[in-house]
Design a protein around this ligand. Structure first.
Ligand code: PRT
Ligand code: ZN
Length: 214
């Protein structure tokens, strides 16, 4: 493997894609992102860009297949992969929240004791419940979480919220925020000296871009 370049993994298609590409371009890194490409070389910086599903990025970075990645903190923290979070990027802000049916009586987290909660974030939810001495039945599902209470699959949900309109339109109310997230840059713990130097250059550029915007 070439230790003299940085391989940067970003989301191929989704909520993080556009801002991730924009950030890399604003750092002055040029590349051809022709449609459908899964990998492309930067033309003026020793870097390659990999286009992946966001859930796969922490694992690739842990394994050193990618040296850097841009993902939501929610995905990185849930994955429990052994990577360094090197910088917060300020976009794709959202929160991981618990919602219950609008008509349900809810006076606090203790009311979740013994209840069933549907989520795609079982680890973050479990940590939260544990820290509040609550035991609940966690149902891991991979999508359409918000529908679970209205079809009787669970008493509550734990999912990503941004405007809150998805919860609302599924007859739910947000009762606890368990994690606040934004896009972050994660890095492998096994960078060569040259890669660490390239990362430092990149972080300097990212910080300059962020300062210029504020
Ligand atoms: O295909 P791939 O696996 O790569 O993508 P994905 O479908 O898993 O992820 P994607 O593109 O939906 O989201 C990528 C990241 O964007 C997430 O991991 C979060 O860090 C961040 N993000 C920001 C969000 C949202 N806002 C968001 N609103 N991720 C998901 N949502 C969903 C949420 O799951 C819920 O269904 O939007 C709905 C709620 O939105 P509101 O506005 O109605 O509250
Ligand atoms: Zn995903």
């Amino acid at each position: 493997m070439n230790d003299n370049i940085l391989r940067i993994a970003i989301q191929k298609s989704g909520r993080l894609s556009e801002d991730s590409l924009k950030l890399i371009k604003e750092c002055g890194i040029r590349f051809d992102n022709g449609a459908g490409k899964l990998k492309t070389d930067a033309t003026n910086f020793p870097a390659e860009i990999l286009f992946l599903r966001d859930d796969d990025i922490p694992g690739y970075v842990e394994d050193g297949v990618a040296h850097l990645g841009i993902v939501g903190e929610n995905v990185s923290e849930e994955s429990c992969k052994d990577v360094n979070t090197v910088h917060k990027l300020g976009f794709s802000k959202c929160r991981l929240s618990i919602g219950v049916l609008r008509e349900a009586v809810y006076n606090g987290v203790q009311d979740l004791q013994g209840k069933s909660i549907a989520t795609t974030y079982p680890r973050l939810l479990e940590q939260y419940l544990k820290s509040h001495d609550v035991t609940a039945d966690i149902h891991e599902i991979s999508g359409s979480v918000e529908i679970a209470p209205s079809i009787g699959l669970a008493d509550a949900v734990c999912d990503i919220v941004s405007s809150g309109s998805t919860l609302l339109s599924n007859g739910l109310k947000e009762v606890e925020t368990i994690f606040r997230s934004e896009a972050v840059m994660i890095a492998s713990k096994h960078l060569s000296d040259i890669q660490q130097d390239l990362l430092d250059q990149l972080l300097f550029r990212i910080k300059s871009v962020q300062v210029a915007k504020n």
